[in-house]
Design a protein around this ligand. Structure first.
Ligand SMILES: Nc1ncnc2c1ncn2[C@@H]1O[C@H](COP(=O)(O)OP(=O)(O)OP(=O)(O)O)[C@@H](O)[C@H]1O
Length: 768
C-alpha cells in the first residue's frame, strides 16, 4: 500500500482520535456547504433581477438580458449538481500550514481565500498521484467519507518518507475504494472522483492534443476515465472546448443513459453524447444486419467505391445533343460538356455545389449559340432575357441534370444497394460475393454500418441547395464576429470578469436568443460541426469507415479513444490498436494501458482470461482484479438452460437480497439473441423472478433483472450475471464471451447443458 491505512483494529484502538477527526472535518464541511448555499442564493437573486427587467428595450438589450439569464441559470445548475460528496479529500503538506481540501468544484470564501480546490486543478493532483515513494510534499492524505452533508468517517494515509520500505505502490484510499467497488449497483454509473487511482489520473490529465488510445481490460475504468477526462479537459481548456464542444461516442443509447449522470455530477453538462447510429442528424439507423454485411460496409475500399459512384453522376454524352429553346435548336457538344466538367471539378467543391459552376459554363456555350440564332443581343436587358430563355428551357434543364445530376446521400446509397449493375460498375475492390452481401431493396431501413457511408457521401455531395447555403453560412460567420466584439464590451460594462464567461460564449448566447441553444445542442444538429475533442468508448468496435466519419468531426485529431481489443465483437481479431484505428492511426497516436479491474472479482477475471487463452485468444493486455470475493463463480448444468434459468435467477435474487439488502442490486441474464424470448417467458412465469422482471421491457436499466445479449451488455455491469448457453455465445466470437463473463461485480453463474466452455472454467458446481 502506498501509505498506512487504519486497519479495523487500529481504528477501534484509536476510536477517540477518529471521532475527533470526524468532528474536525464536519466543521470544515459545514463551512463549505454554507458557502455553497450562499453562492446559490446570490445567483438566484441575480437571475430574478435580470428576469425582472422584462421584455423592454432594444433588441440588443433583450438579447443581452437573455444571455445573462442563461449564464446565471447554467451557473446555478452547476452549483445544484455538486451537492453530493462535495468535499472528499484533504492534503496536509510539508510546506503549508493550512490543509488543502479537494472537492468537486473550486470555492473561495468572501475574502477570496480558498475553501476547496477543484479536483481537476493542478494543486489537487497530489491527492491522486502522491505515493510513499513519491510523496510530492504530502505528509498525510485523508479521504473523507460523507453521507449528505455529514462526515461519516475519515481514512488517512501517511506518506512519510521514513516508511517507504514498509509500503509499496498500489491502490490509494483503499477503504473508500473498496466501499465504492462493493456497493450494490443501481443501474446507473456514478463518478469515481473521490477514488481515482494513479494510473487513471495520469490518463485523465494527459494533454489535450493528439489521439490518446486507452487500452484496458474489463472493469479497469475506461469509461469512468474517459468521462472524467472529458470533465478535466473542459476545465483545463474551457476557452477552446466550450465553443467547439466535446463529442462523446458510445456503443448504444442504453449505454449513454447508463452513464448520463456522471458528467453532470462533475459539473459538466455541455458534452454531446451520441452513438454511431445517430451520428448523422436527421438519420436514424434502426435496422440490424448480419455481421458480414456490416464488415463489408466498414472497409476502407468503400470510400473509393462511393467516390466513384459520385463521379458516375457526372456524365459526358456520347454524341451532340439537340436541345429546343423557344423553338430554336441549340447543340450540346461532348467537348463543351467535358470542358465545363473540368472547370467544375477544379473548384474542388462537393458535387452538388460544383454543379453550379458546371451549369454556368454549359449555359454560356448554349446562350452564345442561341443569341446568334436570334440575331444577336441589343442591350444588357436583352442579354438577360436570352440567358433566362436558355436556363429555363425544359430540354436544357434535363440535359444539364443528365450530365451532372444533383442528389442526396440517401438517394445515391439506396440506388447503389438496389441496383447490382451500378454497384458492379463502381465496386472495384469488392468481390462478387461482397457485392451480393450489399444488395438490398430500395426503401429498406438504415443500419449503423450505413451511417459512415451516408456521412462520406454527404461530404462528397455537399448540401443539395448548392451555393446558396454556403453563402448564408459565410454571412453568418461575419455576423458572429461582430457579436463577439459587442459581447466583450458587455462583459466589461457589467463587471462579469469572474472567469466563467468569455466574450465568445456570451456572443453565442446572444446569437441563439429565442430558441436558446447551447454549443452542444447546435453541434448535435449540424453534420459539419467540428469538435474540439472527441471521446470514443468501446472503440474496438469501430470500422475504418466509422473512423473516417469521426475524424471529419475532429480535424485537429484531439481524441480520447478507449477500448479493449480482447472485447471486440465478431470474428475480427486485432492484435494491436493500429489495426483498429483506420485513418485515425498515425504519428499523433499515443497509448496508455489500464491494468487493474475494479469491477470483476479475481476468480471470475482469472476464469475469463483462462478461457480466452485456451481458445487461442489470450488477451494481449492482462488484467489484475482489485478484489477477491469467495464463491464468485458457479456453474449449473441443466437439460434446458432457458427454462432452468428461472430457478437459478430466483435463488440468486434471494442471495442478493441478503447481501445487498431487499430488492437492492441488479442482475443480468446474458443470453444469445436466439434464446432471449424463451428465457423471458420462463422468467415471466416463475414466481421468484416475475416481479423483478416487470419493468424490464420499458427500461432495462431500472429493472432489477435485465435479459440482454452479450452485445447489449457491452460497457454495462451488474452485481450478478447469469450467463446462459456459453457455447452459443462463443459462436458469436471470443470477444462476446469475454464481455459476458466479465460484467458482474459479485458473481457469475453459468447455466448450461454440458457446454464445452464450462470445462475450462474451474467453477463450483451449482445444484442443477
Ligand atoms: N478508481 C475507481 N474508484 C472506484 N470505482 C472505480 C474506479 N475505477 C473504476 N471503478 C468502477 O469500476 C467499474 C468499471 O468501470 P468502467 O465501466 O469504467 O470500466 P471499463 O474499463 O469501461 O469496463 P468494460 O471495458 O468492461 O466495459 C465501474 O463501476 C466504476 O465505477
Amino acid at each position: 500500500m502506498p501509505g498506512e491505512a487504519f486497519t479495523p483494529e487500529q481504528q477501534a484502538a484509536s476510536a477517540a482520535t477518529l471521532t475527533a477527526a470526524v468532528a474536525q472535518e464536519q466543521r470544515r464541511l459545514d463551512l463549505v456547504y454554507a458557502r455553497l448555499d450562499e453562492l446559490r442564493e446570490a445567483y438566484r437573486r441575480r437571475l430574478s433581477a435580470v428576469r425582472r427587467t422584462g421584455a423592454v428595450g432594444t433588441h440588443q438589450n433583450r438579447s443581452e438580458r437573455d444571455a445573462f439569464a442563461a449564464h446565471y441559470e447554467d451557473t446555478l445548475a452547476r452549483l445544484e449538481m455538486v451537492e453530493n460528496r462535495l468535499v472528499f479529500g484533504r492534503l496536509d503538506l510539508r510546506d503549508e500550514t493550512e490543509p488543502r481540501y479537494v472537492g468537486r468544484i473550486g470555492m473561495s470564501d468572501e475574502e477570496r481565500s480558498q475553501l476547496l480546490v477543484d479536483w481537476r486543478a493542478p494543486s489537487a493532483q497530489p491527492f491522486y498521484q502522491a505515493t510513499a515513494a513519491h510523496p510530492a510534499g504530502v505528509v498525510r492524505r485523508r479521504h473523507l467519507m460523507t453521507r449528505g452533508r455529514e462526515v461519516v468517517s475519515v481514512e488517512d494515509e501517511l506518506l512519510d518518507s521514513d516508511r517507504v520500505d514498509e509500503v509499496s505502490d498500489g491502490l490509494t484510499g483503499e477503504g473508500a475504494l473498496f466501499a465504492a467497488m462493493s456497493a450494490a449497483r443501481e443501474g446507473r454509473m456514478t463518478d469515481i472522483v473521490a477514488t481515482i487511482q494513479a494510473e487513471q489520473d495520469a490518463v485523465i490529465r494527459s494533454p489535450l492534443d493528439g489521439v490518446l488510445v486507452v487500452q484496458g481490460g474489463p472493469g479497469t475504468g475506461k469509461t469512468a476515465v474517459a468521462l472524467h477526462r472529458a470533465a478535466y479537459l473542459l476545465y483545463a481548456h474551457r476557452e477552446r472546448l466550450e465553443r467547439s464542444g466535446v463529442l462523446l461516442v458510445g456503443p448504444s443509447r442504453v449505454f449513454l443513459r447508463y452513464i448520463e449522470q456522471v458528467l453532470p455530477s462533475l459539473g459538466e453538462t455541455d458534452v454531446v453524447a451520441t452513438t454511431m447510429a445517430e451520428l448523422l442528424p436527421g438519420t436514424t439507423a434502426r435496422a440490424t444486419e448480419p455481421a458480414e454485411v456490416a464488415e463489408v460496409k466498414g472497409r476502407p475500399v468503400m470510400a473509393q467505391v462511393l467516390a466513384r459512384a459520385v463521379r458516375g453522376l457526372q456524365r459526358v454524352p456520347d454524341a451532340v445533343q439537340e436541345l429546343d429553346v423557344e423553338g430554336v435548336t441549340v447543340h450540346l457538344r461532348p467537348e463543351d460538356v467535358r470542358a465545363a466538367m473540368g472547370r467544375a471539378r477544379r473548384t474542388g467543391l462537393p458535387h452538388n455545389q460544383a454543379r453550379e459552376t458546371f451549369a454556368l459554363a454549359v449555359l454560356d456555350d448554349l446562350v452564345r449559340e442561341y443569341t446568334q440564332a436570334r440575331g444577336g443581343e441589343r442591350d444588357e436587358d436583352d442579354r438577360g432575357w436570352l440567358y433566362e430563355d436558355v436556363r429555363t428551357a425544359r430540354d436544357v434543364r434535363r440535359a444539364v441534370n443528365l450530365c451532372w445530376m444533383p442528389t442526396t446521400p440517401h438517394g445515391l446509397l439506396e440506388k447503389l444497394y438496389a441496383r447490382p449493375e451500378l454497384l458492379a460498375r463502381h465496386g472495384r475492390g469488392l468481390s462478387r460475393e461482397d457485392r451480393a452481401l450489399l444488395e438490398r431493396e430500395q426503401g429498406s431501413q438504415w443500419t449503423v454500418a450505413d451511417v459512415p457511408l451516408l456521412d462520406e457521401l454527404a461530404e462528397l455531395l455537399g448540401p443539395h441547395e448548392g451555393a446558396a447555403a454556403a453563402r448564408a453560412e459565410a454571412e453568418d460567420r461575419r455576423r458572429r464576429a461582430a457579436e463577439v466584439e459587442f459581447a466583450a464590451e458587455a462583459i466589461s460594462a457589467q463587471d462579469l470578469g469572474d472567469g466563467l464567461i468569455t466574450p465568445e460564449i456570451l456572443a453565442e448566447r446572444f446569437h441563439s436568443t429565442g430558441s436558446r441553444l447551447t454549443t452542444a445542442e447546435r453541434a448535435a444538429e449540424d453534420r459539419t460541426w467540428t469538435y474540439g475533442h472527441v471521446v470514443v468508448d468501446e472503440a474496438q468496435e469501430l470500422s475504418p469507415m466509422a473512423w473516417r466519419a469521426l475524424l471529419r468531426r475532429c480535424p485537429s485529431r484531439s481524441m480520447t479513444v478507449v477500448g479493449d481489443l480482447a472485447q471486440r465483437s465478431g470474428h475480427r481479431p486485432a492484435a494491436q490498436w493500429a489495426d483498429v484505428l483506420g485513418t485515425a492511426a498515425g504519428e499523433h497516436v499515443r497509448e496508455a494501458v489500464l491494468t487493474i479491474s475494479y469491477r470483476t472479482p479475481a476468480q471470475v477475471m482469472d476464469a475469463a482470461t483462462r478461457v480466452m487463452s485456451r481458445l487461442d485468444a489470450a488477451p494481449a493486455y492482462p488484467v489484475n482484479a482489485a478484489r477477491d470475493l469467495p464463491d464468485a463463480l458457479t456453474a449449473t448444468s441443466v437439460a434446458d438452460p432457458a427454462a432452468g434459468s428461472a430457478d437459478v435467477v430466483a435463488r440468486e435474487l434471494e442471495r442478493l437480497d441478503t447481501e445487498a439488502g431487499a430488492a437492492a442490486g441488479r442482475l443480468a441474464v446474458i443470453v444469445p439473441a436466439e434464446h432471449r424470448a424463451a428465457v423471458v417467458t420462463a422468467l415471466r412465469t416463475h414466481p421468484g423472478t416475475r416481479d423483478a422482471l416487470r419493468t424490464e421491457r420499458e427500461d432495462p436499466l431500472s429493472a432489477r433483472v435485465a435479459v440482454v445479449t452479450p452485445v447489449e451488455a457491452k460497457g454495462l455491469e451488474y452485481d450478478v450475471v447469469v450467463l446462459l448457453f456459453p457455447d452459443a455465445v462463443l459462436a458469436g466470437g471470443t470477444g462476446d464471451l469475454y464481455v459476458a463473463m466479465t460484467r458482474p461485480t459479485r458473481r457469475l453463474h453459468v447455466v448450461h447443458a454440458g457446454d464445452r466452455v464450462v470445462d475450462e472454467l474451474d467453477a463450483v458446481d451449482g445444484e442443477g
